[in-house]
Design a protein. Structure first.
Length: 767
């Protein structure tokens, strides 16, 4: 099973040939697949912005500066504003709606009407009147001027476009500065005009409202005047026709002998209608009485039951019979009460019979009277209908003449009314445009708006800064913080992290030197023992020595880095000092023959050294150790400088002398540290590492590229060179995702001002 970085965790440790008795090789890894990117979280974006805060801040400052300069250089523009209310015209006033052919219909929405008025305010004809009224065609800022198109045509040697007339150019310029804001709801229309002249910014919208009101009144007056002029001749013709129709109706009525009542009907028709009504009532009365008459004639007394007197007798008779039935259950038939009650029942039955006979006679008499009345009304109606039928023809002709007369009179009356209303409307000049707020000369320009421009610049700078920061972050493939070495190889050991030194000036470093203190970061573990920087090297040393519990630990190791400037010399010298502090005899070899620096750091003579041992005869290696190495000012720490570097010296790195030299040093010293050149640029470190116990790789935070680190690891693995671990140098503990700010240092007295000065100066040397 492979991990996400392409290495096989199950790879077993292997020992290099010829290494028996030395530091065992912990592992050998084999690259299989390229690295995979870890998932990016929102916190990572925040960390990115914090790391690139100076980039984002620079863009923010540039945006604010650009906004301020733009606001300063832009012309001052004033804005005048007026508001008008477009009211509904009361078309029912004097019935003006009926005489105005252009009046809006009732189904025409108010919102659409207001929108139409807002569009009229933008018409060229209306704006042209305002331009003439204010003489804007004579102002220099409204005259036609050559634009970008004219300059391009001139550069291309094309014929110029004919210039616009001053009035046309002024109208177009005024339209560009004018803004009509129709209402979304309501009737208020905003008229806004921009100008560099505050007085003109107020005069133009006021003049536009005046011209608009005058045009509105004029259009309504012309409509009423046209209606009046058209109706006058038509009214005379209708008057003559009305006189002729009236005369014709009067002559015919006289000739036909018609008598017309106020209800516009003749007497015969009225009489016939009365007879018809009476006949209908008589027929209804006879029909209602006929069923009772038939029942009475047949001897049936069902119809008599409706008589109140008969019903009362029957009720009393029923009560007497019920009472008799109750007494018979108590007394005998000969009892006086029963005899008396029987006599009362007999009398009541006789009265009921007489009342029934009387009711039958009255029904027969009522029916006979209703029948006779119906017959008489039928004869009278038939006679009157004959008279009405005779007058029907005359009445139809009369009604036709009367309808024609009524129609002519109605048209005449309507036209007389319209003419009167048109005369009133032509005398009254109403307007439905009311000024809500008159424009006044503004006291201050509304643009440029410095706060707004600066805010826009700030926002644009923020967007550009964030984008640039993200772009730089995407292009930055460097190792940033501890723990990221596992993305290179999960089997690599991170020995420790060297914090970033505060960056102070060289003046402070000189002050320290004047006080008798060293300002080199390469010797910070000795010169500033209580600093957090020194503690970080002691922590790295513990990571190197503590894993071995059987007394074996790496004694000879090469310190190198992928590229120059990553702090390998600082790490190697301070590790040597840290080992010397714990009473270990340590020799530090300056294996960087191209750029030797250790002799200057430890203030020794570089007249002879490592290069001499490689070039001279093998008998040189048999000299006393005091002649091979030089003692430094630090107890237990010895230095083998690089010595002079003649041409072709690098070929001697492949000779057996390197192995013999290191074996000799193993016998006399506890640890041998070789400061080797960068691995990717020179092969020296790889060659010397074949004779050592392993390699320590130094990576610089935010400097060493991940792919560069992977290339170094891959190269060393292919050479079967054991990697003791990695050290992350120049790491900022305050950076996002770090381990804090070493909060304990104040408690132990770390990070004094002198330490900061030393670290500041030393970082420049470390680079």
């Amino acid at each position: 099973m492979r991990n996400i970085n392409g290495y096989t965790p199950e790879a077993k440790p292997k020992a290099l040939p010829g290494k028996t008795g030395r530091w065992p090789v912990p592992y050998v890894i084999t690259p299989n697949e390229p690295l995979e990117e870890a998932e990016i979280t929102p916190v990572d974006y925040l960390h990115t912005l914090w790391r690139r805060k100076w980039t984002v801040g620079a863009f923010l400052a540039a945006g604010v500066l650009a906004g301020g300069i733009l606001a300063y250089l832009s012309p001052r523009v004033y804005q005048g504003q007026t508001s008008i209310e477009v009211q509904d015209v009361n078309e029912n006033f004097l019935n003006l709606k009926d005489i105005d052919p252009t009046a809006t219909s009732s189904n025409f929405g108010n919102d659409a009407y207001v929108q139409t008025q807002a569009q009229i305010l933008e018409q060229d004809a209306l704006i042209e009147q305002v331009v003439k009224k204010l003489n804007l065609d004579q102002r220099p800022d409204f005259l036609p001027h050559s634009g970008l198109t004219d300059r391009v045509r001139k550069l291309l040697a094309l014929p110029p476009v004919p210039p616009q007339a001053p009035l046309t150019a002024a109208v177009q310029q005024a339209k560009q500065n004018l803004k009509i804001i129709p209402p979304r709801q309501g009737r208020i229309i905003e008229i806004v005009f921009d100008s560099t002249d505050p007085q003109l910014a107020a005069d133009f919208p006021n003049a536009l409202v005046e011209v608009f009101q005058a045009q509105n009144v004029e259009s309504r007056w012309h409509a009423a005047e046209q209606v009046k002029q058209w109706l006058d001749p038509q009214l005379n013709d209708v008057k003559a026709q009305l006189d002729r129709d009236q005369a014709a109706l009067t002559n015919y009525q006289r000739q036909a002998g018609l008598l017309i009542t106020d209800g516009q009907e003749n007497i015969a028709a009225q009489k016939l209608r009365l007879l018809q009504t009476s006949l209908a009532q008589a027929q209804a009365d006879r029909i209602a009485k006929e069923p009772l008459y038939q029942l009475s004639s047949s001897g049936d007394s069902d119809g008599v039951a409706e008589n109140p007197a008969t019903a009362q007798y029957e009720m009393k008779l029923s009560d007497l019979r019920q009472k008799l039935a109750e007494l018979k259950t108590i007394y005998t038939p000969e009892n006086p009460k029963i005899v008396q009650l029987q006599a009362q029942i007999t009398d009541m039955e006789n009265l009921l019979k007489r009342q029934t006979a009387t009711t039958h006679r009255r029904m027969q008499n009522d029916y006979a009277a209703a029948k006779e009345r119906e017959d008489l009304l039928t004869k009278a109606y038939s006679a009157q209908a004959a008279v009405v039928a005779e007058l029907g023809v005359k009445l139809d002709h009369y009604n036709a003449l009367k309808h024609q007369l009524d129609t002519t009179r109605q048209v005449y009356d309507s036209m007389v009314q319209k003419v009167s209303e048109a005369r009133v409307a032509s005398a009254i000049r109403p307007t439905n445009v009311r000024v809500v707020g008159k424009a006044e000369p503004p006291a201050a320009p509304y643009k440029p708006n410095p706060p707004l421009n600066i805010a826009i610049g700030l926002f644009a700078g923020m967007i550009c800064g964030i984008g640039c920061a993200m772009l730089l972050e995407q292009s930055n493939r460097s190792i940033r913080s501890p723990g990221e070495m596992v993305t290179i190889s999960p089997l690599l050991t991170e020995l420790g992290t060297i914090p970033q030194a505060p960056r102070l000036g060289a003046v402070s470093a000189r002050l320290l030197r004047a006080a008798g203190k060293d300002a080199r970061v390469e010797r910070i573990a000795w010169e500033q023992k209580d600093s957090e920087f020194s503690e970080s090297f002691r922590a790295v040393l513990a990571s190197i020595l503590l894993p071995s519990r059987n007394g074996e630990s790496p004694r000879v190791f090469v310190v190198t880095s992928p590229r120059p400037g990553e702090g390998k010399t600082t790490v190697s010298s301070n590790l040597a000092i840290a080992l010397a502090e714990i009473k270990h005899r340590v020799v530090l070899i300056d294996g960087d023959l191209r750029r030797p620096r250790l002799h200057d750091i430890f203030d020794v003579v570089n007249s002879s050294g490592f290069s001499d041992l490689l070039c001279e005869k093998e008998s040189v290696l048999d000299l006393p150790m005091e002649q091979l190495v030089q003692r430094t000012s630090i107890p237990n720490l010895f230095l083998m400088p690089s010595g002079p570097c003649p041409d072709g010296i690098f070929n001697y790195l492949y000779s057996p002398r390197v192995v013999r030299l290191l074996d000799r040093l193993r016998e006399d010293f506890d640890h041998v540290i070789i400061d080797a050149p960068p691995t990717l640029e020179f092969a020296d470190a790889r060659v010397m590492a074949r004779s050592a116990d392993g390699v320590i790789l130094v990576f610089r935070a935010n400097h060493t590229d991940r792919r560069t680190a992977l290339a170094v690891v891959d190269q060393l693995v292919r050479d079967r060179i054991p990697i003791l671990g990695t050290i992350l140098n120049d790491w900022n503990p305050k950076s996002p995702g770090g381990y804090g700010d070493y909060a304990y240092r104040g408690r132990y007295g770390y990070a004094t001002d002198e330490t900061r000065v030393v670290l500041a100066h030393g970082v420049s040397q470390n680079q």
